[in-house]
Design a protein around this ligand. Structure first.
Ligand SMILES: NC(=O)c1ccc[n+]([C@@H]2O[C@H](COP(=O)([O-])OP(=O)(O)OC[C@H]3O[C@@H](n4cnc5c(N)ncnc54)[C@H](OP(=O)(O)O)[C@@H]3O)[C@@H](O)[C@H]2O)c1
Length: 311
């Protein structure tokens, strides 16, 4: 049966893969976005509405008649242009508007190991979103990914870029902390599947392979055929190196909180895989393109008309 599905950020990364899948299923798709004029592949197949966080009635209006809201709204770090606390406030407003508009189900993208007690704003903020969803009592699925990979990816692409361009690559500390990357289109499939479910679900949205960070860097190096010195360094020194490089490429490459999250094993869970695509296979298939160009988070935020780069 045709339903109306609202996707946040359908012109962005995971939202684009999801919108493709929903359109293929014959659903009506709308998007709520901060980047209403971003170049995209959908044309008039996906109608775009601004978030209207400062006009609650308008926000509710844009969600009227929506069966499923997919929420991936989030900001990665604090910056002069945006910050976590606004994203949490705005995201909670969006969830409340969905309830008031009569949205029947929410599929929400969170993070592995969210915690209201965390000193890391990313993990705390994601837990606050989840709590809001529980409190609102809208039927929901909460999907908790670790790192996504795909053509528009940032982390893994930029590891490959560093391996290609820099004289040596550093890893934070011993590199023995783990992560379980999921392919972006596997996450999109999971989201679309969860839209059709009833009841409430929480799923760790992890891929089929677990890597230590060191193994991940080595897997990328192996796939692109680069032999390079990979050195352990103190997390603080590694952060300073990334800050300096960030000034050159005009981006925030990684934050201290992101390094802490990684090193505390927060991107690792002991759950069965939810995605089927192996990063090592994907790297093999994309070895000629991954990391050829640096992918900048800040460029995406500053230029709201440009399509997300893909490698
Ligand atoms: N990418 C990963 O590796 C990863 C890992 C774990 C969890 N996640 C979670 O997965 C979800 C989707 O991630 P994604 O990479 O696919 O995100 P994305 O497409 O880049 O952005 C998703 C949504 O958030 C908005 N947004 C992102 N950064 C923003 C900023 N700085 N200021 C204002 N709005 C911002 C986007 O705005 P526009 O509408 O303007 O596009 C879009 O609506 C997020 O909730 C993220 O926390 C991602």
């Amino acid at each position: 049966m045709t339903k109306t599905h609202a996707v946040t950020g359908a012109y962005g990364y995971s939202g684009k893969y999801l919108a493709r899948r929903l359109l293929a299923k014959g659903h009506r798709v709308i998007t709520l976005t901060n980047s209403i004029n971003r170049k995209n592949e959908f044309g008039d197949k996906v109608k775009a509405f601004p978030f209207n966080f400062d006009n609650y009635d308008k926000l509710v209006e844009s969600l009227k008649g929506v069966d499923v809201l997919y929420n991936n709204y989030w900001v990665r770090f604090n910056h002069s242009l945006f910050n976590h606390s606004d994203a949490v406030k705005d995201g909670i407003t969006l969830l409340k508007a969905a309830k008031d508009a009569g949205v029947k189900r929410i599929v929400h993208v969170s993070i592995t190991n969210p915690s209201l007690d965390s000193d890391l704003e990313y993990f705390k903020g994601k837990a606050e979103f989840e709590k809001t969803i529980f409190d609102l009592d809208i039927p929901h699925s909460i999907l908790r990914p670790t790192v996504l990979f795909g053509k528009e990816d940032i982390l893994i692409n930029n590891i490959a870029w560093s391996l290609r361009k820099l004289p040596f690559v550093g890893i934070f500390g011993d590199g023995e902390y783990k992560l379980q990357p999921i392919y972006v289109d596997d996450l999109a499939e999971l989201m679309a599947t969860h839209a059709e479910m009833t009841g409430n679900h929480i799923v760790d949205a992890i891929g089929p392979e677990t890597f230590t960070y060191k193994e991940l860097v080595n897997a990328v190096a192996y796939a692109i055929g680069i032999k390079k010195k990979i050195s352990s360094m103190s997390p603080f020194l590694g952060y300073l190196g990334c800050r300096a490089l960030g000034l050159i490429v005009g981006d925030m490459i990684i934050t201290r909180d992101e390094i802490k999250g990684l090193m505390r094993n927060l991107l690792y869970v002991e759950s069965p895989p939810a995605g089927k695509t192996r990063l090592t296979d994907w790297l093999k298939e994309n070895a000629d393109t991954v990391g050829i160009k640096y992918t900048s988070e800040l460029k995406r935020r500053k230029n709201r008309n440009m399509e997300y780069d893909s490698n």
